[in-house]
Design a protein around this ligand. Structure first.
Ligand code: UDP
Length: 246
């Protein structure tokens, strides 16, 4: 599938149905494929670091996570079909796989204790869901994590280490296990666990989830200021006629 490029990062122009289908196929292939969900901040990081950019562009699926990506594509004259927040996509996929029988889930990331809470809450929502491995995201040696993945062969691995750590970890480990898909999901375990509240639906519909997070966690301001810089860069790429959306 052709990708829509925004400042050097290629996004899949797809919708929830098509992406879920593709992810189900990847799970069946058992080659530990990986899915990334970049926001403008990660696109900016990719602009500065070739290794991170290669990791992101090397993913099997690249989802437009957030309003900034949708806006960027529109400015470049190549609007994307649908905004697909990683946290919603992952839960849809877990639901679908669980319905088919059993879904083996592996959780990697967040502070100690958080993923256990997330697992309990997710398992209570999906009957066929079974968590086969849990590790927090503050490790210095990942050999035990890899051993456990090899032993349990999960269908879905949520890799929630923050960016770019999670993208680099997935890129390095893709193809190395007999597992389904790995999905890089940032702070989603904090949300699944109930420790962090997501923006109410009306904020999300208006594309203001980033503002809600900023108001609740003002220390995110350092990251939020990247957003206008990103928009300026996209506009300047468009004006220079360097249509990066090709
Ligand atoms: N994290 C981690 N290991 C690290 C650094 C961060 O597991 O070495 C976790 C952190 O606890 C949090 C998530 O990664 O749960 C990053 O969350 P953030 O809100 O920054 O990500 P976003 O959703 O904004 O991408």
């Amino acid at each position: 599938m052709a990708r829509t490029r925004i400042l050097g990062v290629g996004f899949d122009d797809t919708d929830l149905e098509e992406t879920s289908e593709k992810a189900m196929e990847l799970i069946a292939e058992r080659r530990a494929a990986f899915i990334v969900t970049p926001n403008p901040e990660i696109v900016m990081i990719c602009g500065k670091n070739e290794r991170i950019r290669a990791a992101v562009n090397g993913a099997d699926i690249v989802l437009p996570d957030g309003i900034g990506i949708m806006l960027g594509a529109r400015i470049l004259g190549a609007p994307l079909k649908q905004r697909l927040p990683g946290i919603d996509f992952a839960e849809t996929l877990i639901g679908r796989v669980s319905l088919k029988g059993e879904c083996k889930l592996f959780l990697l990331g967040a502070k100690p204790g958080v993923a256990e809470l997330a697992a309990a809450r997710l398992e209570s929502r999906y009957e066929g869901l079974r968590t086969v491995g849990i590790f927090d995201g503050y490790f210095s040696d990942d050999s035990k994590i890899k051993e456990k993945i090899s032993e349990t062969e999960p269908d879905i691995i949520l890799v929630c280490l923050g960016s770019p750590k999670q993208e680099l970890w997935m890129s390095e480990n893709a193809g190395k296990f007999s597992a389904g898909v790995m999905i890089g999901l940032g702070g989603s375990l904090d949300v699944y666990s109930g420790n962090v509240k997501r923006a109410p639906p009306v904020w999300r519909r208006l594309g203001l989830e980033w503002l809600y997070r900023l108001l609740r966690e003002p220390r995110r301001i350092k990251r939020a200021v990247l957003l206008p810089v990103y928009i300026v860069r996209v506009c300047s790429a468009r004006l220079r006629g360097k249509n990066d959306a090709g």
